[in-house]
Design a protein around this ligand. Structure first.
Ligand code: SF4
Length: 950
């Protein structure tokens, strides 16, 4: 909606003699709203969105004034309504989101209206990157074979995505085998500045605005390296953003990091990212914006900035932001964006006074830190946390220290005398006469790893000729500290040609010196775009990587997300039987236990060249600064003999960023992807739901949809479905992992004809509400205080007290027309944002959650699903009230005059007949949330608005 509040609608030179319109942030300073020019750049970019989207309802003038007066050290209570310009999704989280859109279309069609009115209001790009797994590695055909497996496993999901592609104008899919969402975003999707037509025909009838986004992946922050504001959010928030609703977030502190100096010879951007991760973790930047400034930041190329920004979740910040400057223009041009657009981009940010990285003293930050880049040294991080940085020469010492450190202190709890133990392993042990053994461990279903908990489909039966060829022969001594996985993986690093080329150069020198990697090490190369392959081939470095086993395995997340694929069965057996602390080395960003592989306990994050180096060394208990990495005929070879110089990397870089290559490789995904083309797609605006599918089902959110919302009224006669203690996480509420055979979800799958070995995980079945509702509160570790002494999703149905599963009890209450509440302690809903934690709660019939405190995003997700969050006053708990679940509950004070955060009454009618009333606080926090709640959630609210507007 066009407005000219504070005289802020202005024009700028949009190129070719044209004028463009924009909402001027500096105009707010001229209008006396505050010292805008001293605000952090990231805050000013958010302010632009608030100003431009001010409509008096979702975004008010007050919101503009509050943010314009942002104070570096104020206490933070106000939420900012942030309307983003676009959305990015990866396939794990994107599929359930598309399911919701499809369900909305079905609802509209049932109402006899045009289903096409359901269309994302901002562009949405989904990149299919999370599903590829390293089943095959170290061979020339690994890429093709892994792709085959991926399509086999995910066919049903991909068919659904293809339907989505043709059904929605603004929903685009980057198919599998192209790249990783954040690298694709950086190299291709990001525009830096976007535009739309203004109403009316004026000389400057196009409105330009900054590229901003949210993504359903925590490392969305990579794009902050290109001066774009954006971060990861949960699915419900993304859906709301997609449908034009603001994403709300608490006004942040902004931490300034003053960078000086330059990286020295032998030091990579990864070392810098790990150094900053350690430094900022210590500085406690959780929930804050981090903004880099100073001459050191200015001198960093965009790809280095992106590596640092990508790791914002690891240092805990909402963003790791670098402002727009000439380097960004250079990057856009180098990656094939048109010259005309690059000029426009520069002009826009100059007009906003937002071009260039600020120097010291120019901005008022909440806190400031200093880092001289010259002090950064080669580093790795691990063995369990990304912030535990270790200087390279100290790795041996630190591994040995971690070996004996107690488990509670991030150690392995071993005794020093176990260190010497070793076991001989040979590929021939199992290979002879038994072709199944290479994958044998996957046939025996064991407690799933993090990777298995993710959204892969089950491993299908493999062709009989594959297992032996999937692993090279080996005959090795395995010890604590042996490297079993060496993966050049993760958009964190694969988006950065300098470290990728350094890996190739190091491989070249190693091969030329006659070194090789022990075949027991599972080596892989999984870039985040095909551009990497182009420059590794052009520079002639890929063949050297191939010779060391770093053959291309796929263009996707692979080991970074835990899709490492199997180890040789003999190796896995030796590791588990002998309880060896084996190691992985990877250029990823997360390394908590079982993230990379269930049997590999020590996981070290490092730059791609160091990954190659440790693969060559074969162990992590080595000081590569003094000990040889290998031996050839001439003698010992050291890391310093292999390490490429800055000049060598710089020379190779010249061929890396070629605009034509980017244009070609990002031009025709479909034409370049025959396997994707083979996937059949249903057509039409409305999805034909397959009632037999156990992966994709129409959720019931809009089944009984009516154009008129219900009224807000008191909740009466509710029963407690569960009473929980403190720190119930979203994983307790909606687990992502394995589905137990005996659980309600397991029983449902068996009844639906799914074999136990094909159960897959809850995470993979997020497109099917039947599984997810049954899985809500089904985490095997959740403790319901209504059923003392039990663990898992168990409760007691009231008033008879019969023990049963939470799902069965919920269904029984539903038949009895009894509403439900959940009672909880502190920090209810902590952990990663997971929309099914709120969706499942809603679908079980829970109308209110009464807790001592809520995690911020889960609270808003509950409101987004029409579930009332209610908070006990200080000093009141389920325990002080002596609640045991036999009570009936009323929540009183709910009516059409409901105000954010107002007091309500929780009336407790005990089994004895005694009645207690306690004052509680409604945790609907904003006026727009009252609307969401009144409509039964964000999606019905938006749907009614859309229908009303047509
Ligand atoms: S490569 Fe890693 S960081 Fe990048 S999107 Fe995939 S899982 Fe996330």
């Amino acid at each position: 909606m066009k407005h000219n509040l504070f005289n802020s609608l202005a024009t700028f030179d949009a190129g070719h003699g044209r004028q463009g319109s924009f909402y001027s942030v500096p105009a707010l300073e001229r209008a006396g709203l505050g010292s805008i020019s001293r605000l952090p750049v990231s805050i000013r970019l958010v302010l632009e969105s608030v100003l431009r989207n001010c409509d008096g309802k979702k975004v008010s003038e007050q919101n503009i004034r509050e943010l314009a007066q942002w104070q570096p050290k104020a206490s933070r209570t106000e939420e900012i309504p942030f309307v983003v310009a676009r959305i990015v999704l990866q396939d794990f989280t994107g599929v359930p989101l598309l399911v919701d859109l499809a369900a909305m279309r079905s609802a509209v069609a049932r109402l006899g209206r045009n289903p096409k009115m359901i269309e994302p209001l901002v562009p949405v790009d989904l990149v299919v990157d999370h599903s590829v797994q390293v089943d095959f590695a170290g061979t020339a055909d690994s890429l093709a074979r892994n792709l085959d497996m991926e399509f086999h496993r995910n066919r049903e999901r991909y068919e659904f995505l293809k339907w989505g592609m043709q059904a929605f104008e603004t929903f685009k899919v980057v198919p599998p085998g192209i790249g990783i969402v954040h690298q694709v975003n950086l190299e291709y999707l990001a525009k830096g500045v976007l535009s739309q037509d203004l109403e009316g025909s004026t000389p400057a009838s196009r409105l330009y605005y900054p590229d901003t986004l949210v993504g359903t992946d925590s490392h969305t922050t990579m794009i902050n390296g290109l001066g774009i504001v954006g971060w990861g959010v949960g699915g419900i928030e993304a859906e709301a953003g997609m449908l034009g609703q603001p994403v709300y977030f608490l006004t942040p502190d902004v931490v300034g990091v003053h960078l000086t100096g330059a990286l020295t010879e032998g030091v990579t951007a990864t070392d810098l990212a790990l150094t900053l991760t350690q430094m900022l973790r210590k500085a406690k930047v959780v929930g804050k914006f981090v903004e880099f400034f100073g001459a050191g930041a200015t001198a960093l190329p965009v790809v280095d900035r992106a590596t640092i920004a990508n790791m914002a979740p690891e240092y805990g910040a909402t963003m790791g932001f670098f402002p727009v400057d000439e380097e960004c223009v250079k990057y856009l041009r180098a990656t094939g964006r048109p010259d005309e657009h690059c000029r426009l981009y520069r002009n826009y940010y100059q007009a906003q006074g937002l071009f260039g990285i600020p120097g010291k003293g120019e901005i008022d930050y909440s806190q400031q830190f200093e880092l001289d880049l010259a002090t950064v040294v080669p580093s790795v991080a691990g063995p369990k946390r990304p912030q535990d940085r270790i200087e390279l020469p100290n790795l041996k010492k630190e591994f040995l220290a971690a070996f004996v450190r107690p488990l509670a202190e991030n150690g392995f709890g071993k005794s020093a005398n176990e260190l010497a133990s070793s076991v001989k392993v040979s590929s021939d042990t199992h290979a002879k006469g038994d072709t199944d053994h290479s994958y044998g461990h996957r046939k025996a279903r064991v407690e799933p790893s993090e990777s298995e908990m993710r959204d892969q489909h089950p491993t299908p039966d493999l062709p009989q000729d594959l297992p032996l060829s999937a692993f090279a022969r080996f005959d090795t001594e395995l010890r604590h500290g042996s490297v079993l996985i060496a993966a050049i993986t993760s958009c964190t690093n694969t988006s950065n040609p300098s470290v990728m080329l350094a890996a190739g150069l190091l491989a070249k020198k190693a091969v030329e010196k006659g070194l090789h990697v022990d075949p027991i090490v599972k080596t892989s190369l999984a870039p985040g775009s095909r551009v990497v392959t182009d420059y590794l081939e052009k520079t002639g470095l890929q063949p050297y990587l191939d010779q060391l086993g770093f053959n291309l395995v796929g263009y996707g997340c692979t080991t970074c997300i835990g899709n490492s694929g199997p180890l040789h069965a003999t190796v896995e057996e030796a590791v588990t039987k002998n309880e060896l602390i084996a190691a992985s080395v990877l250029s990823g960003n997360r390394n908590f236990e079982a993230r990379v592989h269930q049997s590999v306990k020590a996981n070290f994050l490092m730059s791609p060249p160091l990954v190659v180096a440790f693969a060559l060394a074969g162990r992590v208990d080595i000081d590569l600064s003094t000990e040889p990495i290998g031996q050839n005929k001439e003698g010992k070879v050291y890391l310093k003999d292999l390490w490429p110089t800055l000049a060598e990397v710089r020379d190779a870089m010249e061929s890396a960023l070629s605009p034509d290559v980017f244009r070609r490789l990002y031009s025709d995904f479909v034409g370049q992807n025959p396997k994707w083309n083979e996937i059949p797609s249903t057509t039409g605006a409305v999805f034909s739901w397959d009632l037999q599918s156990t992966y994709i089902q129409e959720p019931p959110f809009f089944m009984q949809f009516s154009l008129v919302p219900g009224t807000i009224s008191d909740l009466k006669g509710a029963r407690a479905l569960g009473i929980f203690g403190d720190s119930v996480t979203t994983d307790h509420i909606s687990p992502a992992g394995s589905i137990k055979k005996s659980s309600p979800a397991g029983q449902y799958l068996i009844e639906s004809g799914v074999m136990f070995e094909d159960f897959n995980s809850y995470g993979s079945r997020r497109g099917n509400d039947r599984v997810m509702t049954r899985g809500t509160f089904a985490n095997v570790r959740i403790k319901n205080l209504m059923a003392p002494g039990t663990e898992g999703g168990v409760t007691r149905h009231q008033p008879d007290g019969a023990p049963m599963s939470i799902y069965d009890a919920a269904m029984k209450y539903d038949r009895e027309n009894t509403p439900l509440i959940v009672i909880a302690g502190q920090e209810y809903g902590t952990g990663s944002s997971r929309d099914w934690a709120a969706k499942g709660t809603c679908l079980l019939g829970v109308r209110a959650v009464v807790a001592q405190s809520f995690e911020r995003i889960h609270r808003s997700n509950l409101v987004g699903m029409g579930v009332l969050p209610v908070q006990f006053k200080e000093g009141t708990t389920a325990q002080t009230l002596q609640l045991d679940g036999t009570e009936q509950y009323d929540v009183l004070g709910l009516n059409s005059n409901l105000k954010p955060q107002q007091d309500l009454i929780l009336k407790i009618t005990r089994a004895t007949g005694r009645v207690d009333e306690v004052v509680v606080r409604c945790r609907i926090d904003t006026p727009i949330e009252i609307d969401y709640y009144a409509h039964g959630g964000i999606l019905p609210f938006v749907l009614r608005q859309l229908i009303a507007a047509t």
